[in-house]
Design a protein around this ligand. Structure first.
Ligand code: NAD
Length: 423
């Protein structure tokens, strides 16, 4: 199979992609094949059907999943995605990536992910609530503060987490703050959680720029995706004086080489539901955004935005993967050969799970921190993980991705060997 064919094959199956990445790490770092066999599999995959009474009087049945990849280092942690195209294998891949991310950040968690195959944009709010409460009920024996702790992902938000928290709490008979993170502040959320992933991305880009003797005010960035991560990142970057030259959503991209007024973009998106037509910008496609002349490219939408097909035309010298699995292995190989610095998802977008960890800790202790404490502790953890990855990259003469995965897999492997195989 050629690289392009392999990339095309892998594009169809994110789980194959995640396993191929693990195998490559194992080959590079000499991980015991017995351990690789264990780590290649997800510990538990639960598939549920979620019947929902729709507003038009019909009953619609949705497909739902909760996958736990690994719990060797602690309870499982991972978001819940609502998307019409989500598949079981995508959820398994995302669960595996969560295991590596938590290990790399030094959090006492394993990896998990959940999903419901639905389009939240076309569901009425009360349909979304019924769907969430029924999905929670279907997986209620799987989740819990000591077992598996969900959080928001694509298509879900703090309100969805509030419904999960309430459904779980009603079933056990008391409020269980630690069952879910990313909750609204009014019911035990953490300050700083909403913008935490974007903030982590910001800290990574800043640290990488510092290594090159550069600063935000001399940097042009293009961001794909304008949801929780993309929107918050654009805002934080503009506050740092960086030039955000392109933004996009599902409808397409808007570009201004001199810098987009991010506040105006946020207002335009909330008024019109899309970035399209933002005054002072030219329109482009999402594909064109990836190939735009800029310093730093930030994919912050869905997986596999950068492939063997478009990687040769990427002009940015740095890519920061805010989205999980943003680059395929084929694309990665090409970027590596071309000397493009890729800050991989496991480091770049870990801010969300780090502050989720803070929220879980605060919930268990019922003692809440101030925002400056959250941001300072987040900075400590993300920058420490970045520096550890940077040194491993230099020590092993490899990419940031291989170094990050290498460190993470070795940590999970060490915990597995130390605990031993039961029975
Ligand atoms: P979101 O649902 O809030 O936003 C997604 C954005 O991507 C939307 O603006 C949507 O219009 C856009 N989009 C969707 N498909 C697109 C396409 N094909 N081309 C261009 N834009 C497209 O999701 P989010 O929470 O911002 O998550 C974005 C990415 O970041 C995902 O890969 C997610 O797994 C990852 N991530 C999110 C968090 C978090 O805390 N929210 C944490 C870690 C990783």
């Amino acid at each position: 199979m050629s690289t392009t064919e392999a990339a095309t094959h892998l594009r169809e199956n994110p789980y194959a992609l995640a396993r191929a990445q693990l195998q490559r790490v194992a080959d590079t770092f000499g991980v015991d094949p017995n351990l690789v066999a264990v780590l290649s599999e997800c510990k538990k995959t639960v598939e549920v059907s979620v019947p929902v009474a729709m507003d038009d009087g019909t009953t619609k049945v949705f497909e739902g999943y909760r996958v736990v990849h690994n719990v060797t280092r602690g309870p499982a942690k991972g978001g819940i995605r609502y998307h019409p195209g989500v598949t079981r294998d995508e959820v398994k891949a995302l669960a595996m990536w969560m295991t590596w991310k938590c290990a790399l950040m030094g959090l006492p968690f394993g990896g998990a992910k959940g999903a419901v195959v639905c389009d939240p944009k076309v569901l009425a709010p009360d349909e979304l609530e019924r769907l969430t409460r029924r999905y929670t009920t279907e997986i209620i024996n799987e989740i819990g503060p000591e077992k598996d702790i969900p959080a928001p992902d694509v298509g879900t938000n703090a309100q969805v987490m509030a419904w999960i928290f309430d459904t779980y709490s009603m079933n056990v008979g008391h409020s269980v703050l630690g069952v879910v993170t990313g909750k609204p502040l009014a019911i035990g959320g953490s300050v700083g959680r909403d913008g935490a992933t974007a903030r982590g991305v910001l800290y990574c880009i800043r640290t990488a720029l510092q290594k090159e003797g550069r600063r935000f005010p001399d940097t042009r960035l293009a961001i794909q995706g304008f949801g929780n991560v993309g929107r918050n990142l654009a805002r934080l970057l503009s506050e740092e004086g960086a030039r955000v030259i392109a933004l996009s959503d599902t409808r397409g991209a808007v570009v201004n080489q001199y810098g987009i007024d991010v506040q105006a973009a946020i207002a335009h998106k909330s008024e019109h539901g899309a970035l399209e037509g933002l005054p002072g910008t030219e329109e482009a496609t999402n594909e064109e955004l990836i190939e735009l002349e800029c310093d730093v490219l930030v994919p912050a939408a869905l997986e596999q935005a950068i492939t063997a097909d478009n990687a040769p035309r990427v002009k940015a010298h740095m890519i920061c993967e805010a989205a999980n699995g943003a680059t395929t292995p084929g694309g990665d190989e090409i970027l590596e050969d071309r000397g493009v610095l890729v800050l991989p998802d496991v480091v770049a977008n870990a801010g969300g799970v780090v502050v989720s960890y803070f929220e879980w800790v605060q919930g268990l202790q019922e003692y809440f921190w101030k925002e400056y404490e959250v941001n300072a502790k987040l900075n400590d953890i993300v920058v420490r993980a970045f520096e550890e990855t940077w040194s491993a990259r230099e020590r092993f003469g490899t990419s940031m991705r291989m170094a990050a995965y290498g460190l993470a897999v070795q940590r999970v492997a060490e915990a597995t060997v130390t605990r031993g195989l039961y029975p």
